[in-house]
Design a protein around this ligand. Structure first.
Ligand SMILES: [Zn+2]
Length: 107
């Protein structure tokens, strides 16, 4: 089943939901808004199939989008340690390595 990223129009919450394409979007888990907006994500971030890995990737991407590279690296490091053997974590490790190279290894 595919996962989709949504953003709530009301409270701004970004969340991920797994459902079939012909099923309606779930309500916002934060405020209950029934019609969140689907976010179109790059294909590269939608191929892992592991919800945890996908969520972590989305969070890393969000932090990067906000210019918080060091926070993104911290998250990638933590995720790699905790869930290093999970399916789909390869890309997070790759992102971590890239960020390490970018920010320096002493972080
Ligand atoms: Zn909401």
């Amino acid at each position: 089943m595919p996962t989709y990223d949504y953003q709530c129009k009301k409270c701004g919450e970004v969340f991920e939901a797994m459902h079939r394409l012909d099923q309606p979007a779930p309500p916002c888990p934060h405020c209950g808004e029934p019609r969140p907006q689907r976010l179109i994500s790059p294909v590269a971030f939608k191929t892992t199939g592991d919800p945890t890995a996908t969520r972590v990737e989305a969070e890393i991407k969000k932090r990067l989008g906000q210019g918080r590279s060091r926070d993104a690296l911290t998250l990638a490091e933590k995720a790699s340690r905790i869930a290093g053997n999970r399916k789909g974590m390869g890309k997070i490790k790759a992102a971590r390595d890239k960020l390490r190279g970018h920010l320096g290894k002493d972080t």
